[in-house]
Structure formats: structure tokens, C-alpha cells
Design a protein around this ligand. Sequence first.
Ligand code: AMP
Ligand code: MG
Length: 514
Amino acid sequence: MTSSDASSASPIAPSGSSHPSVHFGFENTYARLPERFFARVDPTPVTAPGLIKVNLELARSLGLNPDELASPEGVEILAGNRVATGSEPLALAYAGHQFGHFVPQLGDGRANLLGEVRARDGSRYDIQLKGSGPTPFSRRGDGRAALGPVLREYIVSEAMAALGIPTSRALAAVTTGERVFREAILPGAVFTRVAASHLRVGTFQYFAAQGDTDAIRTLADYAIARHYPQAAQSSHPYRALLDSVISRHTRLVAQWMLIGFIHGVMNTDNTSISGETIDYGPCAFLEEYDPLKVFSSIDQMGRYAYSNQPLAARWNLTRLAEALLPILVEEAGSKEAAIASANEALAAFDPQFEAARLAGLRRKLGLFTEQAGDAALAEDFLKQMALNRADFTLTFRHLCDAATGKEGDERVRQFFTSTGSFDAWSARWRERIAAEDASPQTRAAEMRKANPTFIPRNHLVEAALNAAVTRQDFKPFEELIDVLSHPYQDQPGRERYTIPAQPDEAVTQTFCGT
Ligand code: AMP
Ligand code: MG
């Protein structure tokens, strides 16, 4: 589909050669778990696979050969038309609370875990196809994904990675040559996702709902071995597992808040055990700062509004604690002791989250030391930004320039209709930073590492998706990915990617990626 892609010119038929040359080196530890953890199911072939993109840098870091992946045979694998050597495709079983309502069986209804690979750094990653056809968990769904949502997940997950936020990654995207039927008829696509694992809070809930304590224990042991090996050394490994997951999510959600990210569907089935951002659906980034902002069309009650995200995360982790309770009881010796232990673990959420958020706010404001008034200074800035509906990203980015001298204030002031409120705050901030002996240049440079200039602005994402879906033009998609790969660097000539949407371009609502 891109200019460099020869394979999209002609559809590739399944060849069935017995000498495949695409090497993944799959390990299949999940496939060794009890059979009730998943369904063994191969991807369903598509009519005409066409390569959109292979993520070269990610492929290399995983020890994969991007040229092999982009070869006709690689594209067949990425489309689900061929099962790679060593792959044992699975659809994972899980449950989940969706907008507060428990669904005892969800599972991968349109995804196949192909297997796990070892990255160059030694860590293990899942390789999963999404949109690869129906599975026993599809319920009424068709098992497919539309091109737009696939490109959205590609763009946003890669942007998050470049911003330094734990996330699943995009290894590749292919077109299927088939149509999917949603509100409209749309081109189909398959997304290749990489994640530290696809274990979710909902995976534990699936077994908890069945009273299957053996499975909860097996899953917990697997999660510890894979993500939190230090927990195995603890006198209470399952409590340590809970503590670890909570801790990762406090930092994750703090990072979302600091960058203005709204996940949109923080259901327990979309809450990873690894502490990565997963399952990008109607996600979006704040532009005008409004703490109550909701974009998702399916979130009519604002359950997953920007400022509710820490509460939602804590709620989800409380469901994890409940699901772990049977094995926490074994470990603690009694139900009362287990509940006390789980509550103690959950009580750490708020202080850990607040500490992570405050540390991040200090970095955003260029404060190198910790002073008692810092939280109030930061909150007052955010309050003024909210009152003035200031652009979340640019206000902080321009504040970096203001760190080099008062003449920089003008660029921040433009976001405040009541400029006096900014001037008063700025005077306090200057007094605060003057108490530290860092050079203005050093401070500004450090601040630029915490305040991106490029985020996937919703209208830019929309425009890239539109060009691809309506005109088969993937250049805006390619260009946007390239811009977002260096979010903290100024990129001369690419200023238009920093600018908020014009009123007629503004995206007010996003739709679920299904
Ligand atoms: P999501 O909203 O993408 O997190 O998906 C929620 C659940 O619905 C998961 O169990 C998915 O596998 C399933 N699902 C979403 N879309 C489809 C689809 N088109 N076909 C089958 N299952 C789907
Ligand atoms: Mg999901």
C-alpha cells in the first residue's frame, strides 16, 4: 500500500510451501498452560493480503527480520493465511467488567496469539494478530477489524511508546482485500500486536467466576514468572503479585494523566497484568484542558472521563484483588487475613498514584527539588488551564521556553483568556525556580523531555485514517507515524502537526474500534 511496498500490487494467494523462511523462533509458554485457558484456533485466511507497514525498528528489537516479515510469505503470516513455523495459534479465555457490568466470558473474539518471542534484551513478548477471524469467543462478532481502527491503534500505540509510556506495540498492519460490515461497509485489516503479555485482570476474573482456584493459582504463578519474578522470593508471593500490579498501574495512569491521554474503555478486560496500556479503541488525547473530558461515544455516563481514570484503575485493581482472594486466603491463613491483606495492598494505590503524578508534574514544571508548595503550584496551574481551556500539550511545551526568561511568557499567555491569572501564577513559578541553582537552559532542556511538542492530535489521526480508508492514500499515516516517533524534539517544517484542530476539524467524539 505504501510506495515501497511491492506486495500490495498483486494479491498473494496462500502457497502452502513446506519450507517457510520467515523465522520467529516462537516459544509457546501460554500453550503449555491447561487447555481451559484458551481455545486452539488458527487465523482465518483472507482473500487478498496486502502489506501496509512493518515496524522496522520494533521488528529488529525483537530479533525478527523486517525483510522477511515484508516478504510475500511474511505478509501471508501477518494476514493469517499461513501459520508460521513454531506457532501454536490460540484465542485466550477471559472475562471482564464492561462499564461496571460483569461478563463471565469474553475472550479473544477476533485475535490469535501466534506465540511468544524473545527480544534482543531477553524479555519475552506475545505476537498477536487482531482482526484475524472468528474464534470460539466471537459471540455475535465477525472476528474482523476495519482498516481505520487498525491504523488508529498503530498510530496511537507507537506514539505512546515514543512518549515513553508502557504500551503494547504495533509490529505490522495488512489489508485483507475483504470488506467488513459495521455502520458502513469498510475495508478490512489485520493488526499485528506485540505486548509483554495479554494477561488481563479479566483473565483472573474468568477463573474466579468459575470458582476454579487451581486455575487462579496456575495463572498467578505464570504471571509472577513472566512479569514479576521478584514476587516469587516474597514470603507472600500472591500478595506481592497484587502489590506489583497495583504499583505498575499507579505509574501507568499517572503517565496517562501527565500526557493528556484518555484510554476510553478502561474495562477490566482491557486492564493488563503487565501494567502496559492495551486495547486501543476510542482513545484520544486532550486538547483544550477539561478534566471531565470524554470522547468515546459508548461512554455516555463519563465513567472513563480523563479525571476519573485513577478511580477507574483502582476499581479495576479491586476486582483483581477479589479474583485473587482464594489464593490470598491460602497464603494468609484465613479469609479475614486475606481481605485485610488485599485492602492494605489497595490502600497503597492513592498515595503511589499521587506520588507518581506529583513527581511527573515537577518534571513538567522544571522543578528539580521537592518543596512543600509544589503540589499546590502545579494544581493552581492546571486549574487556570482548565478555566481557560488552554491546550494541554502546547501550554506545557511553551512553558519550557518561559523557563529561559520572562520574554518566553508571551507564548504561554496566548492560551489564557484571562492573562492576569497566568501572570500571577508565573510570578510564583519564577520565584520557585529561582530558589534552585540550575541554568535556565538546563531547566528548559529538562522540561522539554517531559513536555512533548507532538501528540497524536485527534484531527490528525482522523485525517490519516480518512486518507487511507477513502483514497487508499497511506502517506498521511506514514508521515504522522514518523512525526510522532520523536515527540519531544522540535521538528522544523512540521509545525502544523503541533497545532490544535481548527473549529471545523475538531474531533468531539470517537468510536469504538470494533
Ligand atoms: P474490545 O472492545 O475490543 O476490548 O472487545 C471486547 C470483547 O469483544 C472482546 O472479547 C473482543 O474479542 C470482542 N470483540 C470485539 N470486536 C469483535 C469482533 N468484530 N468479532 C468478534 N469479537 C469481537
Ligand atoms: Mg479488549
